[in-house]
Every structure is written in structure tokens, then in C-alpha cells.
Design a protein around this ligand. Sequence first.
Ligand SMILES: *[C@@H]1O[C@H](CO)[C@@H](O)[C@H](O)[C@H]1NC(C)=O
Length: 402
Amino acid sequence: MEEFREWFARIVPLLLVISLTTANYLPRHHGSVLLENGLGRTPPMGWNDFNHFHNKINETIVRETVDAIVSTGLAALGYNYINIDDEWAEQSRDKEGNLQPRKDRFPSGIKNLADYVHSKNLKFGIYSDAGRLTCAKTQPGSLNFENQDAKTFAAWGVDFLKYDNCHNDGASPKIRYPKMQKALLATGRPIFYALCEWGYEDPALWAPGVGNSWRTTGDIKDNWQSMIVRADQNDKWAKYAGPGGWNDPDMLEVGNGGMSLEEYRAHFSLWALMKAPLIIGCDVRNLKQEYLDILMNKEVIAINQDSMGVQGKRVSRKGALEARLVWGGPLSQGKFVALLLNRGDSTAKIRAYWEQIGAKPGSSVQVRDVWAHKDLGAFSQGYIEEAVDAHAIKMYVVVPKS
Ligand SMILES: *[C@@H]1O[C@H](CO)[C@@H](O)[C@H](O)[C@H]1NC(C)=O
């Protein structure tokens, strides 16, 4: 008995040390660390002007975009944030230190515009910067004005803040970004908080309790190489995403014309699978049907908005630069998503094994092609696609038979 007590006294502190140490290394699994604003239970969907208008934004364009988002049916599919980017404010604050809407571009004011957005059952997003100036340098940043600017945004009815990282005098985002988080929470208005420090200080490691999303990459450009590199960079942080906080490889380029339809389908599918924010970045007022068809694929949107909120990832063992790659991950109700990516320059045969994406090997599964909108039948080990075009994907929802 005495011996046992001695052994016990020795083992308990040891166990404590072991468990505390491992706790530090465990993934901050989805859902465990949340920003307490209740937002972003699934990745945000909406629109932002930057990728198309490059800051040449004004209230006319925003109002017409709101109307188009509704009339095309995009709003009904969940694209509900209407977000303006840089260059919406005057160069200087008013006498009380408040940000002022630019009179040339937003003559009716921001509150008025937000009211219009809300009248269509949509949400309004704005932009600021965790430095002295925004990236365009045409308006002040919110550094040292966090509380005042958060109050202004809340008073205007802002629902979403993209917070950039220019002109920050070298101070760490880990210090500057939580200040705005606290300021937003203090307003009492739920405001989706999108961190945009471009992945500089590995935000997946510290931002899940700070923001609802955090950029993992520099700005995207409207070409295949730029897009696919961002998918690779974002993939690395998959385990840190979950309901309330998402990895953000930047906004969508679909519809801007720099990629082929197959490439845009790959872009949209990868973003959906990675549980990335689906923020449209084109001019939806004049959008060709073929682009709308991509953005409006309900089955792909459902993968992005799946309630389980697990970021799918590259599951092939080969390196990211291999031409033929398999991506996948779990969905709710025991389902899985599988994506075959051909990043090479010629048509390729690609095979996915169900065990790669998490399904039991040998189990019989039903496979549905979410771009062809077709059930392909039952397959037990995996699935071979004989011909995946260059720079193209195939995407499946996989349902194990019970
Ligand atoms: C917004 O920009 C468009 C296109 O440049 C222009 O036609 C329109 O008059 C502008 N509206 C305002 C309020 O500046």
C-alpha cells in the first residue's frame, strides 16, 4: 500500500506535465477556439469590389451590384455580404476625429448605403487598416482610433470589417488586430471580423480567437498560377479552420476573364472544398451566364457551407507540384468530398482511393459528380477518371452505404 502511494505520488505530477505539454501541441481543432460574436458558423459568402474595380468604387456601383445580386439569384444562394474595399473615406478625419465618407464617391453617405443594402435583406461590409494609412494611402487607417472607428461602423450598420495591414510601422499584427477585435465586440453589434495581414505572422496559429477569418496569402491575381499557389499555401493551415474562424486564401476571381472556364471551375471548387470565404470579385451587373453558372452551382456551394465545417485538403502523398492530385475531406452525415485536380498541361488519368479521403477502405460508396449533376453509381475501392483536362478538376460527393 505504502509502495503504491509513493508510486502514485511520483506518477501524478509526471502525467500532469505530459498532458499539459501535449495540449500545447494538439491542433486547435475546429470549434474549440471561437471569437465570441457568433458569426461565421459557415464560411462567409458575398461580394467585394476590389478584384474587379481596384478601388474605383462608389455608391452607384454598390447599389447596382446589390440589385444584380438579388435579380440574378445569387443572394438567394447565400451571397449576402456586400463589402466595399479601400478608398471609401476622405483623406482626413473630421474635427472630432471621425472617418468621413468621400463626398465625390459616396455623396449620400455610408449609413444611407448600408440602409439600402439592409432593405434587400443583405449585409453591409466595410474596410479599414490596422496601420496609420490604408494600402491605397488615400484614407486614414484605424491604428489608435480602434474604438472610435468601431463605434462609427456600428452606428452606420456595418456587418463586416476587412482589416488590412499596410503602414503599420512594423508593429506585430498579434498586437494590433486584437485591439480592433475588442473594439468591435464592445459596440455590441455583431460584426464579422476579417483579418487581412496576408499570412505574414502565420495567423492560423493565433487568429482563431481573434477574427472570423484570416488571410493566409498575399493578394490573388486573375491567373491560374496565382490561384493554384494560393490553394497550396492555404492548405497547410487546414486543421486550424472551423465554425467561427476560417482560413482565407483571398477573394474569388471567377468572372474577371483571366482564366478559362475550366480553370475558374477549379478555382471555385478548391475554395469551396477548403471552406474558404466565397467572396465574389467580379462585376455581377454584367456577368456572362457561363460565369454565373459556376458561382451558382448549388451542390458545390453546399460543400462549402457544410455544417461540419472541416476544411478539405490535399490527400495525395505526392508533392503539391505533382500534376495529378487528389483533395478531399469529411462532410456532415458521414459523407465525403473528393476532388481530382490536374494541374499539369495535358489530359491525365487520375484515381482516388476512398481511404485517402477518410472513408473506410473497401466500403461501397455512391458517387455523385457535382459539376455534371449526375450519380455515377457505386464503387468500392475508389474511382478512376480516365481523362481530366489540363488545369481542370472533377469533384464528387461520396456517400458510404449504411
Ligand atoms: C460611379 O462610377 C460610375 C462608373 O465610373 C459612374 O458612371 C457613376 O456616375 C459614379 N457614381 C458616383 C456617385 O460617383
